[in-house]
Design a protein around this ligand. Structure first.
Ligand code: C2E
Ligand code: CA
Ligand code: CA
Length: 246
């Protein structure tokens, strides 16, 4: 499913975050919070990650003529960064679908940066040097030193939704969010606020200079066809007659 990310500058769609779902015939919709840790434990996260990447890139390729600036955010597990094949796989995937590196924003958590493994560092620097955008997910919830910020070219900090939800009710949270936005901007990094649910949170974040907003206020994560219909993107088999595809 795809959740829109809105630019506060244009009030328009900036991009979409791809989120995994497991529709189970008996158990219903299983949350990724349940099955991602399992996939990691069972050694299946590489395959799952590869499949998400493939589906996301195929989808973005279908949308790119109508929305050439759309950025797709993809979550990567820390375990994927231990795999020396990660970079070649991502390259091959965007090439197969005719995409450029800047069209993907790769979301990692600070946990990735705390592991001092050579493969992790080399995967990260290779991806950044190739022009992929790097986003730090759940920013503010980890235990990581900030020293990586000037060292790695981080494009985006995604402010964890616990901060967004404490805005307007908690003074300390408000101070933290204001400081994170300032810190990011001083370093040339954009800020996306996650979990925006109320117009009050939106108004506060806009006046504080936050760059992008994501949350149920705008939309829940949507299946690709619903996402496409909501944002005037091509939907398979619904092209107006007289305009052949391709
Ligand atoms: P995340 O990357 O922090 O994704 C944001 C989560 O917040 C999503 O949960 C999204 O549905 C939810 N969310 C969005 N807006 C709001 C809001 O306004 N209020 C509230 N309460 N929640 C909101 P979801 O889809 O259940 O995903 C949970 C986590 O599972 C993700 O957290 C991410 O860490 C992981 N995940 C999802 N898809 C993938 C994937 O393809 N690969 C990997 N490695 N992890 C994934
Ligand atoms: Ca994420
Ligand atoms: Ca997050």
């Amino acid at each position: 499913v795809y959740q829109p990310i809105i630019s506060t500058r244009t009030n328009q769609l900036h991009g979409a975050e791809l989120l995994c779902r497991w529709p189970h015939p008996e158990l219903g919709m299983i949350s990724p919070d349940e099955f991602i840790p399992l996939a990691e434990e069972l050694g299946l996260i590489g395959k799952l990650g590869q499949r998400m990447l493939e589906q996301g890139c195929a989808q973005l390729a279908r949308w790119q003529a109508a929305a050439p600036d759309l950025v797709l955010s993809i979550n990567l597990s820390p375990l994927q960064f231990r795999d020396p094949e990660l970079c070649p796989q991502i390259f091959a995937c965007i090439e197969r679908h005719g995409l450029a590196p800047w069209q993907l924003e790769l979301e990692i958590t600070e946990g990735v940066l705390m592991e001092n493994a050579d493969e992790i560092e080399s995967n990260l620097t290779n991806l950044i040097e190739a022009g992929f955008q790097l986003a730090i997910d759940d920013f503010g919830t980890g235990y990581c030193s900030l020293a990586y910020l000037p060292r790695l070219q981080v494009a985006t900090l995604k402010l964890d939704r616990s901060f967004t939800q404490g805005l307007t009710t908690n003074q300390a949270t408000t101070a933290i969010v204001r400081s994170v936005i300032g810190l990011g901007h001083e370093l040339g990094i954009r800020i996306t606020a996650e979990g925006v649910e109320t117009p009050e949170q939106q108004a506060w974040l806009v006046q504080a200079g936050c760059d992008r907003l994501q949350g149920y206020l705008f939309s829940r994560p949507l299946p690709p066809d619903e996402f496409a219909r909501s944002y005037q993107l091509p939907v398979p088999d619904s092209q107006p007659t007289g305009q052949p595809r391709g």
